[in-house]
Design a protein around this ligand. Sequence first.
Ligand code: ZN
Length: 233
Amino acid sequence: MKLNETLLNIMDNQDPENDNEAMDDHLMSSLETPLRPDAFDLSDQEKINIIADHFKEIMHTLGLDLTDDSLKGTPRRVAKMYVKEIFHGLNPENKPDIRRFENKYKYNRMLVERDITLYSSCEHHFVPIIGKAHVAYIPGEHVIGLSKLNRIVQYYARRPQVQERMTMQIANELKQALQTEDVAVLIEADHLCVMSRGVNDVTSSTITAEYSGLFLEDNYRTEFLSHIRRRQV
Ligand SMILES: [Zn+2]
């Protein structure tokens, strides 16, 4: 509560003309990705057309010659990439279909899927976040296909994000999909907005984690961390 109030105060005091420091420091305002109710009134193709026009304008404003062979296809290429690839996870229609199976093997130890490739985009700078996600759960009555763990990570990564929110969204989806509270998510990622601009720090990386259910207990958390730290030989 306190944190939210502080964030609201920070946001109320913003001067839109100033570089927004709260956002430059990657604070997040909500667990839900902020979307308008009319977010999906337009078709993908309509969005691509509009974004291509606007991106053309950005390039033109920067002084680039849009008649150049190498540049003229860029606005449409970028628009298509935004809608169909890197922001594909904004649309709930693209949410992976997660089918739950009965836990017939009665496997009730920890299952860890580590080193899941993660490509996302910083919502404050629209540049890449590149990293790895490690997720774990302890099966109860249900299990899901292993590749679904990757798909859940990718779905939430493919939208403008802040790492903290992405971590929570993935954890919540896993709880929902698996019908258990016993889940863990750890994300380690490099933020291009920190590496290639601003403080220009190329060696730092950001780690976020969410634990719930049994993972709040030291021994489960320690086992999870030891699994993800062990390198393959
Ligand atoms: Zn950023």
